[in-house]
Design a protein around this ligand. Structure first.
Ligand code: ATP
Ligand code: BTN
Length: 322
């Protein structure tokens, strides 16, 4: 594994938001200015915006509040692992599910292979967002895991509401939306055998202060700082709230299933009563979205009536005549 300790130490020094000369940074780290400049370039490739001003040195374009494993651990009972640089927090927990306990959380500052559904790329620049995964062992098995990403979506939006953030909605099956733009995505992956317990990894990627307009995302997106109208977000507090909300909802789901989540989901449905398309492989069905049902399927009303659609290959898109 590549050693990123120099870059991480540099970032810690720059995280105060002040200018630091290449010479001063080099002295503190015991290396030349040229070596510092090379490391700065590496950090920029992680998606961090760093200015360089002649005679003053380097400065982060925006102040950075780094994730703090100790602070998070002190507020929750779950095991928490912070890996500043990782391929994917979901992959890490999947790879280690045989030796970690249910409830273990993995968070990162940067993912170089973050992924969404069906292997799609999840844009994960350093320090700007939330990359969060939780391992959960579901004794009831794989069949009970259906609909779980819906339950998680409700839990996250309600936790954000408790923090005073309103207007965040859900898009079936796994996205958080704000003003018709994608704010966050949920990816539930699992391993396990039929008849045995399901080993679930619940991944959440939420944009916090990501701003780069040129970033390669091929659909409208937004970030929590736009919802809040401010750049400062206490990322550690957000992680603590999320862990607490997930613990509560997963325990409730284990005992009562989807039952009480349908109504809660429908209240938050971004497309309820709106014209949408369901893309199913090469086919496209258009109709009015009518929320979800007990099985976790999305209800679509067409001239033939209301029908439930369920399956990992289905994508919902906003109707183009809206
Ligand atoms: P669906 O699941 O309904 O097919 P989707 O198009 O959002 O919806 P996902 O696999 O859920 O697909 O998410 C991956 C997609 O999300 C990417 O293809 C890209 O369009 C978008 N995306 C990638 N990174 C981000 C990000 N950081 N913020 C918002 N959107 C992103
Ligand atoms: C989606 O919209 O399809 C889901 C995106 C999920 C992204 C998160 S970021 C943390 C976790 N690790 C990953 O590789 N993916 C999820």
């Amino acid at each position: 594994m590549k050693d990123h300790s120099v870059k991480l130490r540099l970032l810690k020094m720059l995280s105060d938001g002040h200018f630091h000369s290449g010479e001063a940074l080099g002295e503190l780290l015991g290396m030349s200015r040229a070596a510092i400049s090379k490391h700065i370039q590496g950090i920029q490739q992680w998606g961090m915006d760093i200015h360089r001003v002649q005679g003053k040195g380097y400065q982060l374009a925006r102040p950075l509040m780094m994730l703090d494993e100790h602070r998070i651990r002190s507020q929750v009972t779950n095991p928490v692992e912070l890996h500043p640089i990782i391929d994917s927090t979901n992959q890490y927990l999947l790879d280690n599910s045989h030796m970690i306990s249910s409830g273990t959380v993995c968070i990162a500052e940067y993912q170089n292979k973050g992924r969404g559904r069906r292997g799609r790329h999840w844009v994960s620049p350093f320090g700007s967002n939330l990359y969060f995964s939780m391992y959960w062992r579901l004794d009831a098995g794989m069949a009970a895991a259906m609909g779980l990403s819906l339950v998680i979506g409700v839990a996250i939006v309600e936790a954000l509401e408790e923090m005073g953030l309103n207007g965040i909605k859900l898009k079936w099956p796994n996205d958080l939306y704000y003003q018709d733009r994608k704010l966050a995505g949920i990816l539930v992956e699992m391993s396990g055998q039929a008849g045995g317990a399901a080993h679930l990894v619940i991944g959440i990627g939420m944009n916090l202060i990501m701003q780069d307009e040129n970033i390669a995302i091929d659909q409208p997106w937004t970030s929590l700082s736009q919802v809040l109208g401010q750049e400062y977000i206490d990322r550690n507090q957000l992680v603590i709230k999320l862990i607490q909300a997930l613990n509560r909802s997963l325990e409730n789901y284990e005992q009562h299933g989807m039952q009480e989540f349908v109504e809660r989901w429908n209240r938050l449905d971004n497309f309820l009563g709106r014209r949408v398309h369901l893309i199913i492989g090469p086919n496209k069905i258009t109709g009015i979205e009518r929320g979800i049902d007990q099985s976790g399927g999305v209800l679509l009303e067409t001239p033939e009536g209301i029908k439930s659609y369920l399956g990992g290959e289905i994508s919902l898109r906003k109707g183009d005549d809206e």
